[in-house]
Design a protein around this ligand. Structure first.
Ligand code: E4P
Length: 217
């Protein structure tokens, strides 16, 4: 399983990129709004940091296929690594189908059922983004959704890649990796949680004390 970082914060993206663990970035309208910066400026800066797929979403107010396609073509022009994120709606599917024939890569987002993922793949989506944390939030098992999509894509030889999204904790990451998910897009906070372990910190401290006792510096 590969890692993307799920943020529009360029400082977090730089840190994660320097760790050598991420190979892409996902953003969404809420994450862009949180930074309070112009969409194109942020996206351009992100493409200068990470050399991999960067998902930029069409505006939340863009609903019709024609408008989605027009905006998608502009997003795709920003950089060759751009992936256009499109919500899973009828209009979104229609736009995805045409954009994929134009060679524009897409990430179908806000996927909450396995069959939405299958439809997105059949429309030509490069990536599908099932949101597991938001399902957990309403007492439905988000990891079941990931398991079902992984199985369906495998038995049907589907090439669209699965990005586990709305990842909230290290257990989500562990279970997605065990399920054979292609990618997990994770917030910086979860990246830090994955790195740290109290026994690692304790071990470093013990090594330090033992060393200092004998060598003094
Ligand atoms: C992914 O593409 C989405 O931007 C993101 O994972 C949503 O996460 P949230 O449910 O924590 O907002």
């Amino acid at each position: 399983m590969r890692f993307f970082i799920d943020t529009a914060n360029v400082d977090e993206i730089r840190i994660a990129n320097d760790l050598g663990i991420i190979c892409g970035v996902t953003t969404n309208p809420s994450l862009i709004a949180k930074e309070g910066r112009n969409f194109e400026d942020v996206i351009k800066e992100i493409t200068s940091i990470v050399d991999g797929p960067i998902s930029g979403e069409v505006k939340a107010t863009t609903e019709l296929a024609e408008d989605i396609m027009e905006e998608a073509r502009e997003i795709a022009k920003i950089h060759p690594n751009m992936i256009v994120k499109i919500p899973m709606t009828e209009e979104g599917l229609k736009a995805t189908s045409i954009l994929s024939k134009e060679g524009i890569k897409t990430n179908l987002t806000l996927i909450f059922t396995p069959t939405q993922a299958l439809l997105a793949a059949r429309a030509g989506a490069t990536y599908v983004s099932p949101f597991l944390g938001r399902l957990d939030d309403i007492s439905q098992d988000g990891l079941n959704l990931i398991a079902d999509i992984v199985e369906i894509f495998k038995v049907n030889n589907i090439e669209s890649e699965i990005i586990a999204a709305s990842v909230r904790n290290p257990i989500h990451v562990l279970e997605c990796a065990k399920l054979g998910c292609d990618i997990a897009t994770i917030p910086y906070k979860v990246i830090r949680q994955l790195i740290q372990h109290p026994l690692t910190d304790k071990g470093i401290e013990l090594f330090k004390q033992d060393y200092l006792k004998v060598f003094g510096k």
